[in-house]
Design a protein around this ligand. Structure first.
Ligand code: 1KG
Length: 389
């Protein structure tokens, strides 16, 4: 018996027809999923620009590495933080809404600003901006000045469809910086596919491999799998940790479920012990200003009417209000084109890779993007939406 019986279908009986039509359009779409109109019950009232939040919903794990002097132990605590982010990133919609949902497609310049306030860590800030609409790319920065930890990254999605499986390759990377040790961690992003589409209960399964390469030399290689693979359980992973001087034999190995329990084995002492258990950690809710205090480009204010219509499945209003936003965006792009200018990104700038990303990535044998989206901290501190005021 597989660990979890197939999820019950969430397709309302009245929606079976539209769901089958949707699956057929998906199969015919050849990957441009943003253009597919998914049946309203699968729509999320949350914009994709909000998904940067999943990198730091456990602020204590996010800042922990800054307090660990031993580089090997510090690298291990970064790896624990990374594994801990996966549950929120890839399964939180299933838990909250019963299945994966299709996020609202952010418009160019859409912003999402928030902060976590926790007893021991103080304030951890989140700045997320849709820096590209075609293809969709979200840039984000998460930083805690008390502990001197900053995560910057950007990600986009390249989707492909084969029969009824939707596969997504993520482009971009995340870079964690720990000020006290002037240390970087280059993090690549997992490919994924959507399981359960034919049952009408879609959920994300991660696949293939990613790595974490530290400027200290420590490296992690993580291999992902789902049901029916090596462990038979969904959300499974195996990982190897390498020391700087020797990338051919792992010093630690890990295995388990990134959404549940995992263990670690010291390959030098052949000792095995628990590594991480997702059920032992409760996320901290992100504080976001009420829409009445948000600027016009902040996500929840911009999508307020659409989100309300999605919640009550008012299909006509969803369409009307979405069209207003899309038409407004088209008009702005046309005006920019006529005036020979481009939309100015508010908090991020596209810069030729300034060396550190390239240096750390190449150390891991990865060819990074030529140019990277970098957080412009000064723009954020002086900006109208600044949370720092
Ligand atoms: C459209 C699919 C949504 C995904 C794949 C968008 C990208 C999301 C990313 C990769 C974004 C970056 C985050 O750090 C991690 C992350 C988590 C979840 C990813 C989303 C899952 C969503 O599934 C959507 C497609 C499946 C189904 C709900 C409906 O299918 C469609 O509507 C296709 C048009």
């Amino acid at each position: 018996m597989s660990e979890d019986a197939e999820q019950p279908s969430i397709v309302p009986s009245t929606q079976r027809g539209p769901w089958m039509t949707f699956l057929r359009s998906l199969a015919a779409s050849r990957g441009d999923i943003a253009s597919i109109t998914a049946p309203p019950f699968i729509l999320s009232s949350t914009s994709l620009v909000e998904y940067s939040r999943f990198w730091a919903e456990l602020p204590a794990l996010f800042v922990a590495p800054s307090m660990i002097v031993d580089p090997e132990e510090r690298a291990l605590s970064v790896f624990k933080w990374f594994i801990a982010t996966l549950k929120g990133q890839y399964t939180s919609r299933n838990e909250a809404l019963g299945s994966e949902k299709k996020p609202l497609n952010p418009f160019l310049g859409e912003l999402f600003l928030g902060r976590w306030e926790t007893e021991d860590e103080g304030t951890t800030y989140l700045v997320s901006e849709q820096v590209s609409h075609h293809p969709p790319v979200t840039a984000y920065a998460i930083f805690n000045d008390i502990y001197g930890v900053e995560l910057q990254g950007y990600n986009g999605q390249k989707a492909s469809v084969s029969t009824s499986t939707l596969s997504v390759k993520q482009v971009g990377h995340a870079m964690l910086y720990i000020k006290k040790f002037d240390e970087y961690y280059y993090i690549t992003l997992p490919s994924l596919h959507i399981e359960g589409l034919i049952y009408g209960a879609p959920y994300v399964e991660l696949e293939q491999s990613t790595l974490i390469q530290s400027s200290s030399g420590y490296r992690f290689q993580i291999d992902y799998s789902g049901k029916g693979y090596f462990s038979g359980k969904k959300n499974s992973f195996k990982a190897k940790m390498y020391a700087p001087e020797n990338y051919s034999s792992a010093i630690y190995t890990f295995s388990g479920q990134w959404s549940g329990k995992s263990t670690m084995k010291d390959e030098r002492k052949k000792a095995e012990k628990p590594f991480y258990d997702a059920s032992e950690h409760k996320i901290t809710e992100l504080i976001v200003k009420p829409t009445s205090e948000q600027s016009a480009y902040e996500s929840r204010r911009a999508w307020e009417k659409v989100a309300a219509a999605v919640k009550i499945m008012d299909y006509d209003t969803i369409h009307t209000e979405k069209s207003k936003i899309e038409n407004e965006q088209r008009a702005m792009r046309k005006q920019e084109q006529d005036e020979g200018r481009e939309w100015l990104r508010r908090y991020f700038e596209l810069v030729a890779d300034d060396g550190i990303v390239k240096e750390v990535a190449q150390r891991a044998g990865v060819e990074p993007d030529d140019s990277v989206w970098r957080f412009n901290r000064a723009a954020f501190e002086d900006g109208p939406d600044s949370l720092l005021k």
